[in-house]
Design a protein around this ligand. Structure first.
Ligand code: ZN
Length: 275
């Protein structure tokens, strides 16, 4: 595995430095010589999206993706239609921003079978695909850890994400691998290879798993703070031919409550040491 020596392949999600608005984030990332950004849609609310894209490009920051679409499953047709419309909107926003990809947190409905939700997810993505094609935006299915299978995603493994990809069989539909969600999976090495062989490994997200985890959503660790062997997973991903960014995506009340400038320094240090 190649050691990381600079920050050209480091991408930070705006959610990671949640206290910073989009202008602050882009200035801080640029000063820190961070190569990429993944923009969460909340950061675009009320903003001129194409101008934000221009400002990022002026700062030589690559726009890696827009987060996030998905949440396709619903209990009735109105909900399903609304979800599809929202995902089309996300695709339009990505095009306006100049992001090549929308990351999908696919969704689930408590009480509805996961199978049913998976069908709705595949159908939902299929309904969004014509617009994605027109605007040339990739759709990356992010499998979520099974602890979120009740209400955030019925897609919980790489294998399950690959099944949806197989079903849709489209070059714009692929997978975002987040180590937080799939580090435990004994099939991971095989699934990474398979995903890469099918040219659908679209994104690679990193952070760490805290023991104990005190909040199911907002207690992720900085690389090196937890038990995930990130270098091992990164080497598998890179051996498979992936050349994209290493995206730092940390939801953490603990880190959000700290000084964000120091946090960004810690991210850079941990990135070189533990990724
Ligand atoms: Zn992620």
């Amino acid at each position: 595995m190649n050691p990381l020596t600079d920050f050209s392949k480091l991408c930070v999600h705006t959610m990671t430095t949640k206290p910073w608005d989009i202008d602050t984030a882009m200035d801080k990332y640029a000063t820190a010589e961070i190569g990429g950004i993944t923009v969460w849609r909340q950061w675009l609310d009320g903003q001129n999206i194409s101008q934000i894209g221009d400002r990022l490009r002026q700062r030589n920051i690559d726009i890696v993706s827009l987060c996030r679409g998905g949440f396709f499953p619903a209990v009735d047709q109105t909900g399903i239609d609304q979800a599809i419309e929202d995902n089309k909107q996300a695709v339009r926003e990505a095009a306006e921003l100049g992001a090549p990809m929308v990351v999908l947190v696919c969704g689930a409905v408590p009480g509805q079978s996961l199978e049913q939700s998976r069908t709705q997810i595949a159908d939902g993505i299929a309904a969004v695909l014509p617009l994605a094609e027109e605007l040339n935006i990739k759709l990356a299915i992010e499998p979520l850890h099974p602890m979120y299978a009740d209400d955030r995603s019925a897609i919980n493994t790489m294998a399950s994400a690959n099944e949806v990809c197989d079903r849709l069989s489209h070059s714009l539909v692929g997978i975002a691998l987040d180590v937080y969600h799939v580090w435990w999976d004994p099939d991971l090495p095989k699934q990474i290879e398979l995903t890469a062989d099918k040219e659908r490994l679209f994104a690679f997200h990193i952070c760490d798993w805290m023991t104990p985890t005190t909040d199911l959503l907002n207690d992720r660790g900085l690389m090196g703070e937890g038990c995930i062997n990130i270098p091992e997973i990164r080497s598998m991903v890179e051996r498979s031919g992936f050349q994209g960014f290493n995206e730092v995506e940390i939801f953490s009340n603990r880190w959000w409550n700290s000084d964000q400038d120091q946090f960004l320094d810690s991210i850079k240090e941990a990135y070189l040491k533990y990724s």
